[in-house]
Design a protein around this ligand. Sequence first.
Ligand code: SF4
Ligand code: SF4
Length: 252
Amino acid sequence: MLELLRLRKRHGSQAIPDIVKAELMETHRGFPEINESRFSGNLDELTAICPTGAIGTRPLSIDMGKCIFCGECEIQSAGAIRFTNRHKTASTRRDDLVVPSGLAYEEFGAKAIEAAGGIRKILGRSLKLRQVSAGGCNGCEMELNACSNVNFDMGRFGIDFVASPRHADGIVITGPITGNMAPALSDAYKSVSDPKIVVAVGACAISGGVFAESKHLNRTFVGEVQVDLFVPGCPPHPLTFINAILDFLKRR
Ligand code: SF4
Ligand code: SF4
């Protein structure tokens, strides 16, 4: 018993009291800051090192919806690309995930998430989500699991994952959507009653990520339904996901 009490004291409080203000360690790769004027090399060579085709030119840009945050371009760009530890990188518009040279984090954050006031009116203070792993590597799924643990405690905001789509207000997709999982994803979506939201989590769900060129994917679903929220990362940090949902629901 004494040993347990000592352990409890040593661990201290595990919970993050303020999810909104919490910051991540310096080594976390979050929002990229790009300064094209610092790059004097060959842009085509720089784009060629990216495994997912996330680097664009004219202007130099990074598509966070494709980026797996491997950091290789930061090493090769001689200071033109720097990943900050700023983690609120989600957006309600797919196009806004493309970060061009010169775009500051604050500027991105000011318009990234268009709050869905109407949804909040309907759903009140509760949001139940059904997570569908459509061929993911389990990285995104583990981080989503962590959202409900004692550290992040997403449930305190009334946001929970539920087992049945019949009990859900929306679908959270992870993984690149393999051919085998496409019908199951579609069935789960249809089983959620209207109005419902769709959240794409991770590079795989948003763009196919490293699997984008695979012939075993069937991504027709993302062309057919409206995706309300894009949460980039590989995998996204729990704080990125929770803050994105809170912003979307205007639950500050
Ligand atoms: S950090 Fe992102 S943009 Fe840079 S090389 Fe890796 S995947 Fe490509
Ligand atoms: S985005 Fe990355 S972590 Fe998430 S399922 Fe794909 S490969 Fe795994």
